[in-house]
Write a protein of this length. Structure first.
Length: 300
């Protein structure tokens, strides 16, 4: 397939390298032309614990390079979607668009789009960006895709990839898939961001582990349906599996970038308010992260 990837952060670089390795023709759209020039000159280097590989793709800061794409993948942050709306609306209405954003705040944005082939997805891979052309694949997970409104057949060539380094799973129903990822993000991202620790410290430190358990109980109060498919043991297992990883929210704060707190914690707070559920710990975490953003000058 001819695939355009909008966003050249850690996930955008990882997806570009892995999908190019699988035989797809990749065009990556960067924020700055300087990064695009570096990618065009050097390709994208992807390091994982077992090997390093280099992938050559086409890069540009001009979104029009993707005009004839068979599929678009949006790897930008949720809060960037609104400013990129003109680019997204310029995509053919019948071309599949796959969203990779954390949280569930982007669903309202997707509702406003006129396109007929919209898909949501969850990314379980660990990735960190070393430079404008280099990404570290810290942990292999799954890329799960589900239709928001669209047909699986439109992604047939993408879903037939059989790559153990980049497994893709298609789900028929998106709500539970996104809700599971939302709760994991709230629990792991927020705590690791505030305490500036890797994921595994939430298990190693008994006090942080207690906080993790308390936060899980609040999540189940807001989303009682999640109890049937997500246990605290599964959340702990993810912390262990990704023990040395730095969560995306933690990395954003460490590097002075705005986090996705509004679309992750903010979404859950709005649902809790609508249901009349008290969530003091969630409110504290939300205010704490916003306070850290304010201190770093990235929130007014």
């Amino acid at each position: 397939m001819n695939i355009s990837i909008l966003g050249a952060g850690a996930i955008g670089l990882l997806f570009s390298a892995r999908l190019a390795k699988s035989g797809h023709n990749i065009r990556i759209i960067t924020h700055h032309q300087k990064q695009a020039d570096h990618i065009n000159q050097n390709g994208i280097t992807c390091h994982d614990p077992n090997q390093s590989m280099n992938a050559y793709v086409t890069a540009s800061a001009d979104p029009s390079i993707g005009i004839k794409s068979d599929c678009w993948i949006l790897t930008v942050k949720q809060y960037q979607l609104k400013e990129l709306q003109p680019v997204i609306e310029s995509i053919s209405y019948h071309t599949p668009i796959i969203f990779t954003q954390n949280g569930m705040g982007h669903l309202e944005f997707m509702e406003s789009l006129p396109h007929s082939q919209l898909f949501v997805s969850t990314v379980e891979h660990g990735a960190s960006k070393e430079s404008s052309t280099t990404v570290h694949h810290n942990g292999i997970g799954r890329w799960q895709i589900a239709p928001f409104k669209g047909e699986k057949e439109k992604l047939k060539e993408l879903l037939t990839i059989n790559n153990s380094d980049f497994p893709i799973l298609f789900r028929q129903e998106y709500y539970h898939m996104l809700l599971e990822k939302l709760i994991k993000n709230i629990m792991i991202n927020s705590l690791t961001a505030i305490f500036r620790v890797p994921n595994g410290e939430l298990i190693r430190n008994p006090y942080l582990r207690n906080l993790l358990h308390d936060l899980y109980l609040e999540m189940i109060l807001i989303f009682p349906e999640a109890k049937s498919f997500l246990s605290i043991q599964q959340v702990e297992s993810l912390c262990i599996k990704t023990a040395e990883n730095t969560s995306s929210m933690n990395a954003d704060l460490q590097q002075g970038r705005k986090t996705e707190v509004d679309s992750i914690l903010g979404f859950a707070i709005n649902v809790a308010s609508q249901k009349g559920v008290r969530t003091p710990l969630l409110h504290f975490l939300n205010k704490a992260i916003c306070g850290l953003e304010f201190r770093e000058g990235i929130r007014s």
